[in-house]
Design a protein around this ligand. Sequence first.
Ligand code: MRU
Length: 348
Amino acid sequence: MKVPTSIEWKDGKLIILNQQKLPHEIEYLELENIEDVFDAIVTLKVRGAPAIGITAAYGLAHAAQLYKTDQLDKFRQHLKRDFRYLAGSRPTAVNLFWALERIVKAGEKACSVNEAKTVILEEAIKIHVEDEETCRQIGEHALSLLKDVTNVITICNAGSIATAKYGTALAPFHLGIERGKKFHVYSCETRPVLQGSRLTVWELQQSGVDVTLITDSMAAHTIHSKGIEAIIVGADRIATNGDTANKIGTLGLAILAKNFNIPFYVAAPTSTFDLSISSGEEIPIEERHAEEVTHIGGVPVAPGNTNVYNPAFDVTPAEYITAIITEKGIIHPNFNENIKSLFGELVK
Ligand code: MRU
């Protein structure tokens, strides 16, 4: 049994596990240029907030290695152009912008183009390496909260393949299995593009975690009939009041948790906090192609002329969240106060 991973930087090449093809095909793709990176993010070949950030960081650093100039100001202009290009790939996960900004900032200190190329690449590798340790720490904190819990619901894939390794919401299950702690995870299939059934079920099976698939509409009944004791989800962006954007369907689960009086946990690295916004109202919600809703696996499931609304994320108000689990520790309500005391002056 092995915890799967999805991003590798090897011999100057960026290789990803193509999450579009899972679970039927294990295909690794080399992203050869910045257009490949953009396409991989837009088409969900790589997805999940931290994984998007890591891939974009490598993509920008890789592109920068090929700039044909020895003038620093030109180099920085190219870097900013490519930053803007990749930043336009998906709007909601703040880790994308956070990672790209780290790359640009790393380049600012350099005194020559050669030095800039080196430090930028080192920074991308650092973002990748740090994320694995971050997720491990999130898993440790989550395990402490879930020590008396067996039956859990999750949605989407906030797992190992959505990060460098282990994941956020799925980290306690991967770490738990290594220690003999048994969970029974119920994975919501996560319509429209089925990250829950295609990715979470596959990923947990790879590491030997007991996982059962349910459709999204079965969550309420499952909480009641299967003795669900907690819900744990990932996040794409968290405002400084604790409001959290995550995969569409998360808000419904949070409301259910409150109704059934079970804890609702958000697991996310500190890089998922947007310290420039004070409420979830300010989080841009990506709307995706109608075809994701009208078709399943390429097969039409609605009339051809159907009007579709396809928001990829929703925002769970902080009042529904029991705790936010980060690598730096567990944040309890009052989120406004406790997020401010964790981040200090960085909160704008
Ligand atoms: O559209 P996706 O698959 O990128 O959405 C992913 C999620 O909503 C995850 O829960 C979130 O990014 C956290 S991944 C650790």
